[in-house]
Design a protein around this ligand. Sequence first.
Ligand code: IVH
Length: 665
Amino acid sequence: MFNVIHDILYMVINMDRMNELIELINKANYEYYALDRPTITDQEYDRYMQELIKIEEKHPDWIRDDSPTRRVGGEVIEEFKKIVHEKPMLSLSNVFNEEEIRLFDNRIKKEVIPNYVCELKIDGLSVSLLYKNGKLVRGATRGDGIAGEDITHNVKTIKTIPLVLPKPIDIEVRGEIYMSKKSFNKLNEIRKANGEELLANPRNAAAGSVRQLDSKIAASRNLACFIYHLPNPEEFGIKTHYESLQFMKDLGFDINPNIELLKDIDEVLKYIAKWTEKRNDLPYEIDGIVIKTNDFSQQAKLGFTSKYPKWATAYKFPALEVLTKLKDIKFTVGRTGQVTPNAVLEPVRLMGSVISRATLHNEDYVLTKHIKIGDIVAIRKAGDVIPEVVSVKKDRRTGDEQDFKMITECPICGSKLVKKDTSYYCVNDDCDKKKIENLIHFVSRDAMYIDGFGDRIIEDFYNMGYLNNIIDFYELYKYKEELMELEGFGSKSINNLLDSIENSKQNSLERLLFGLGIRYVGNKTAKILAKYYGNIDNLMQASYEELLDIKDIGEVIARSVVDYFTNNKQLIFSLKEHGINMSYLGKITVNDNFNKKTFVLTGTLSNITRNEAKEKIEELGGNVSGSVSKKTDVVIVGENPGSKYDDALKLGITIWNEEEFLSQL
Ligand code: IVH
């Protein structure tokens, strides 16, 4: 009898202790991972864990679903199962500056009067978590938004994701799995010590961790997860996004503490300014700020595009450098024959796009920066467009890096390269790559703008022999029937292509001049020449000296133009024969209020886009510059102008508002 009572008492005490340990450890996990504020030492944590493991080993039938021992990993899967999301996991549109943020706000305000919720944009990977009856049953990656991969075994190891909710509800929540800067650095230190390859950045490290079949790896990586989206709020009677965050917080999810409910776009801009300043102090990486309208009924009214919700957007921080691995160096041949070394990178996100290539400019650039294959490099977007490698992290070398060696022969045609200044050139005019690049340039947006020709189609048509030089565009119609038979093309797409080609014949001269690919003649110079000479015959007769007299035309351009027309008379003649317009069609009117004057635009114009305004000013002989200086003649000020307006006031420069500008036009 006594023994039975003892056993029962022992069991009760033991079970109480088990429950107590679970509470203690789960609380410690939350404080450590979510709050970054540990309250117990690592030794204490380990002791509790060992004690709990012992009790559970003795009483496997007592093991609770939310026991922290369920997170240590160990489950190994054979392959990732595909899952289809109940509602697509959409991505966000991007905005990059105040003007675009205000445009976003203006579009919203056409439909509703919004409050905004601003959130940090956590740089990790998005995840969907599904709970049935309060239990975590599935974790899935975003995948292509429609279908993702089942990563439940790894998700269960993430200590800020509850395994069991306080209520037995069915719910899906979405958020971002990330790795803190501290965990990332620690992980790389260990990898370095073990002679393992280092990981490029916390985002890649987090993504790599959840894409492991063996959950022990994810368990060892100290991942965390912020939840920021409730796809079915109506099921819980929730009316606003901000409320939904509180609701999810009460269920035990980790909600980022820096989320704010703001009353208008000016407050949003202040929030952005604050976090642009403070982002480096955060223990995890962020790559922007997410702006969401708060009210769900307003969200419903605003709706979605096929890719993005219209009720939210992501402000991306300006060009920052990111680290990634330079896996190889490949050489590309451009339109002019210039051979450029390019870095093949481990894909990494930078300013809203995934970068896997970056320019290394030329041999000298690689050598003076001591870039080696296998290095961890910092990349940024030069002029915010072309990614370039800026520096090497020498302290992250492992000794396996390989030296760079410039090639001496064209990688496409094999002809010997010729060095001019710092660059090497393929001088073979029959080099396939040069010819293809010239064809691509001819149809491009600022040149003849022949819509429908992607790079791939041009390359295919070239390889099939339909396109060899630019004249061939205007002879393609002869092969219409044949082309319609090609795989991937129907009569409709070929008809569209031929129509675009036909339409391009009516382009104004500057498009053709730019499209010809005359060395040093960019679209701006092409316009100056077209306007000045009016037609191609006049231009072809222009002497070197005459060209030099034109403002903005220097020796290099003048020489290049004269050389080009000396060598390409036959080509121009042939284009003429095919009916291509050779005259400038823009207005040659000169307006003294614009001619030879420098303008600066600031703020949002409501009746005309910035590009249209720029084009109009240029058409009338004016110049548009990006910053205000003493040389500026007029500053055109739209709504919510930036600091350029203050600069104009300081320097006493003429200021026009939009109305005045339009009337001058
Ligand atoms: S909301 C429909 N909120 O950014 C709602 N996304 O560029 C879509 N992200 O795919 C997501 N922090 O992976 C949202 N606070 C946040 C976020 C966030 C990071 C990620 C997410 C999304 C991507 C879009």
